[in-house]
Design a protein around this ligand. Structure first.
Ligand SMILES: C[S@@+](CC[C@H](N)C(=O)[O-])C[C@H]1O[C@@H](n2cnc3c(N)ncnc32)[C@H](O)[C@@H]1O
Length: 253
């Protein structure tokens, strides 16, 4: 059986490739290639909603909402989070840090981080995913159900202070523009702050599943991260075979 975690990601990719604009017009999880296509070929109203879903438009529904209820019961979600967390501990001393969990989903990584860090802001555009983070009732965690944007950063009190650590577990390959989002995220780091992302490793630039090492390297260079480390520390197994996970670490300066 294909684990739910992997099947859900496949389904999101399929929907993005085959559905009409209306079925995901408020969804931010567009693949790079598809969002480019859409953003150039549509009227201004839809272009605004898809390319800049956070600018003034309410989140009415989200492609990821439908997966929220089954997310935590999938053992592969737990395994992915545990492996990511273990690798994080191998690379970063997380004790007492102020953390942003970007694209937190139901908060499986947030839950692991919570006992050791000072504070976590868990952000995700899927209101249903965020409901499950809130059910965990972690006392040092606050949630934001929205897309990250300049406007949100200026207006939301949780973004008044910078973050020592920003993590993104299986999120970056779903961003409409990974590179510009990375620039925005870097601006939220303290001078010593660290960015860590995990994504399915892709070996094909044209693939819609995961990110290639080269794309991540180029993005890190473009954004200006220092002391970067890009590796493939673990693999997940499914009926599709072994799926390597890319982990990329960059320091603010
Ligand atoms: C594969 S899930 C990973 C969830 C969680 N990080 C985990 O490891 O279980 C991808 C998550 O990215 C979120 N997401 C999609 N588009 C996003 C965007 N533009 N900005 C931030 N998060 C996004 C989705 O709502 C979803 O919760």
């Amino acid at each position: 059986m294909i684990p739910f975690f992997i099947a859900a990601i496949d389904t999101v990719m399929f929907n993005l490739r085959h559905n009409g604009i209306h079925s995901f017009s408020l969804c931010g999880s567009l693949t790079r290639e598809y969002s480019k296509l859409l953003c150039h070929g549509m009227d201004e109203h839809h272009r605004q909603m898809i390319c800049k879903p956070h600018q003034g438009s309410a989140i009415l529904s989200n492609e990821w909402d439908q997966y929220a209820a089954n997310w935590d019961v999938d053992p592969s979600v737990e395994e992915y989070s545990k492996q990511s967390y273990a690798e994080l501990l191998n690379n970063v001393n997380i004790d007492g840090l102020r953390v942003l969990d970007f694209g937190c989903g139901t908060g499986s990584l947030t839950q692991l981080l919570s006992p050791r860090v000072r504070q976590i802001v868990a952000i995700d555009p899927s209101p249903e995913m965020i409901k499950f983070v809130e059910k965990k009732a972690l006392e040092n965690v606050s949630t934001v159900s929205d897309y990250l944007s300049e406007t949100l950063i200026q207006r939301h009190p949780d973004f008044g202070l910078k973050f020592d650590l920003i993590v993104a577990s299986s999120v970056c390959s779903f961003l409409p523009n990974y590179e510009s989002t990375l620039t925005l995220l870097k601006s939220l780091l303290t001078p010593d702050g660290v960015w860590v992302q995990w994504d399915w490793l892709s070996t094909d630039e044209t693939s819609e599943m995961g990110l290639t090492q080269r794309r991540v390297e180029n993005a890190f260079q473009q954004v200006g991260f220092a002391n970067t480390k890009i590796s493939t520390p673990f693999k997940m197994t499914s009926s599709k075979g072994e799926m390597p996970v890319l982990m990329a670490i960059g320091k603010h300066q």
